[in-house]
Design a protein. Sequence first.
Length: 91
Amino acid sequence: MQHVTDKTLQLTRAVAYVIKHMRKEVTGLSASKFADSYGIEKSTVLRVERAEVQCKFITLWEIANAYGIKCSELVAEIEKVLGEDFTLIDE
């Protein structure tokens, strides 16, 4: 079971936004066609883009590869959406 806090929800939503936006901009494919084209489960793509699940790292890596970028580049895009001061851990 996934532990959900306000911060994890914020991160999950940022991941969803970036992945959906990049899918449309980079590939121009529907979520279904994107999933089929790159061998990623359609339900996984849809659930990640709807922020219904916390995206697994391996899934982020697969999606980045499908976009033709490094995973670190995808993470950098997510970090831009979250802002410099975002952290999951409050000190």
